[in-house]
Design a protein around this ligand. Structure first.
Ligand code: XAT
Length: 165
């Protein structure tokens, strides 16, 4: 146990260490075993291990949707000129492609992904941990981006518009 503690890199914390010791110590339920654990849980939501597992699952799923959404919001508007928050408003608006091409594209892309399912690529542990950390970091920044997109939309602004594009 001692050897592990000595060998492991010091865990990064969300709050810089305060000289002379602050009031912040990482909660013991955040032991660094989860990728992207910086000891941030002031409300203690993850105290119960079952909840912690559930919250991590929710964080990942929200993050993956948000990552897809951020890309979709940029590409959708660049492609069609329609802001993401108006895309569903016009019942007469048509997608710039037919249902057939949508279905065909879907079949090709999903078929390709599914065909990869058997010979699953399993990176070595070190690489896997790096990828997991990258995923959770990208997921978090995408969720933050979505939050900002919502505020922007409240002012009638789009991400592309706000960038002056
Ligand atoms: C608190 C304390 C606790 C520790 C900790 C804490 C903080 C939590 C925070 C959570 C923030 C979550 C966010 C999630 C966003 C403080 C409680 C860590 C800060 C911001 O002790 O918990 C539609 C049509 C359009 C095209 C397209 C479309 C789809 C959009 C989708 C968006 C998904 C967004 C998500 C955002 C999550 C359909 C609108 C692409 C799918 C999942 O035309 O936009």
């Amino acid at each position: 146990r001692v050897i592990v503690a000595v060998a492991a890199a010091p865990k990064k914390s969300w709050i810089p260490a305060v000289k002379g010791g602050g009031n912040f110590t990482d909660p013991e339920w955040l032991d660094g075993s989860l990728p992207g654990d910086y000891g941030f849980d002031p409300l203690g939501l993850g105290k119960d291990p079952a909840f912690l597992k559930w919250y991590r699952e929710a964080e990942l799923i929200h993050g993956r949707w948000a990552m897809a959404a951020v890309v979709g919001i940029f590409i959708g508007q660049a492609w069609s000129g329609v802001p993401w928050f108006e895309a569903g408003a016009d019942p007469n608006a048509l997608a710039p492609f037919s249902f057939g091409s949508l279905l065909g594209t879907q079949l090709l892309l999903m078929g390709w992904v599914e065909s990869k399912r058997d010979g699953v690529y399993i990176p070595d542990t070190e690489k896997l941990e790096r990828l997991k950390l990258a995923e959770i970091k990208h997921a978090r920044i995408a969720m933050l981006a979505m939050l900002i997109f919502y505020f922007e939309a409240g002012q009638g602004k789009t991400p592309l518009g706000a960038l002056g594009l």
